[in-house]
Design a protein around this ligand. Structure first.
Ligand code: ADP
Length: 321
């Protein structure tokens, strides 16, 4: 199979043991490995695909723990760098009673922000069949330049570019800056996945309809996806559009559902880009991706909840009977 290379941040989420309380009131925290691009790489590998993660970690216990998690999950660490000075990023998560999450980040700067263009493993990046990234790596230099170079090199070598902006507003100096930077690389990506909230943020529209989604269309784009939580997803290509319903599950923690969804889809596309042009096969791949997203909500944390192929197929079978 072809290689999916995912670029960006990997960090530790500290998740309160009790939901619906403030950080100050939280009696304790569980450490959960996270960072959307790392989750996507692990999702691909868990489903039996080939994946690598490119990014920088602190040369500290947390950084080495995260590198170990990639390795245990079969994700290549050949693109990892370790910073001697800066720490691995941390995020403290508030679980609100409505299930929404808020993040307080410790990055001043963290190791991931210090990845330089010179540190990139270009051989690895050039061997990608799909190159996936977010927008957190665009926020500051030198990581921003490293991101742009990696994207450029992957593209030149023939990779399909996949983008999940993964908006984390508190990390940006302002909302305008976030919107501007996220859009600055918009027309490079051939596959883009946004959540309903991100669609609202990027378009400024409060109606989530086809016209709003299509206002984000660009001519290099092959597939635009809008994920809608327990309402499934919508898809747009230049020739067809539609939606695929979600699976009914008992959701306990939606962390990583979007990453699981993206990983599942990229794992299918990587060996056969023609899925993007064939609606029935695309719908099949999105059904699989929805199943993977759904399963990820049924367990706490992102990485521990990423499914195997048999778990996903079992949910699809159970739901159709
Ligand atoms: P993100 O994590 O990027 O916000 P979503 O929460 O929309 O993305 O989740 C991605 C996909 O995971 C959805 O399109 C859906 O298929 C699945 N999913 C998410 N939440 C649920 C849920 N509560 N029940 C069933 N499926 C879900």
């Amino acid at each position: 199979g072809g290689l999916v290379v995912s670029f960006g941040e990997m960090l530790i989420d500290f998740v309160p043991t009790t939901s619906g309380v403030s950080l100050a009131e939280a009696p304790g925290f569980l450490k959960a490995p996270g960072g959307a691009p790392a989750n996507v790489a692990i999702a691909v590998a868990r489903l039996g695909g080939k994946a690598a993660f490119v990014g920088k970690l602190g040369d500290d216990e947390f950084g080495h723990m995260l590198a170990g998690i990639l390795k245990q999950n079969g994700v290549s660490g050949d693109g990892l760098s370790f910073d001697k000075g800066a720490r691995t990023a941390l995020a403290f998560v508030t679980l609100k009673s409505d299930g929404e999450r808020e993040f307080m980040f410790y990055r001043n700067p963290s190791a991931d922000m210090l990845l330089t263009p010179d540190e990139l493993n270009l051989d690895l990046i050039r061997s990608a069949k799909v190159f996936h990234y977010g927008s957190i790596s665009l926020i500051v230099e030198p990581c921003r330049s490293a991101h742009l170079k990696a994207m450029e090199e992957a593209k030149k070598a023939g990779a399909l570019l996949s983008y999940d902006p993964n908006l984390r507003l508190p990390l940006w100096p302002s909302a305008e800056e976030a919107r501007e930077q996220i859009m600055s690389i918009w027309d490079k990506a051939e596959v883009i996945k946004v959540s309903d909230n991100e669609l609202e943020f990027l378009t400024g529209s409060t109606t989530i309809d086809d016209a709003t989604a299509m206002s984000l269309w660009h001519s290099n784009l092959k597939l635009l996806l809008v994920t809608l939580g327990d309402h499934g997803c919508r898809y747009y290509t230049k020739d067809f559009k539609g939606s695929v319903d979600a699976f009914k599950v008992d959701a306990v923690d939606t962390t990583g559902a979007g990453d699981s969804f993206v990983g599942a889809l990229l794992g299918k596309i990587v060996d056969d880009h023609s899925i993007l042009e064939d609606e029935s096969r695309l719908r099949e791949a999105l059904t699989f991706a929805n199943a993977c997203g759904a399963i990820t909500t049924t367990k706490k944390g992102a990485i521990p909840a990423l499914p195997t192929v048999s778990e996903a197929l079992e949910l699809i079978k159970k739901s159709s009977s």
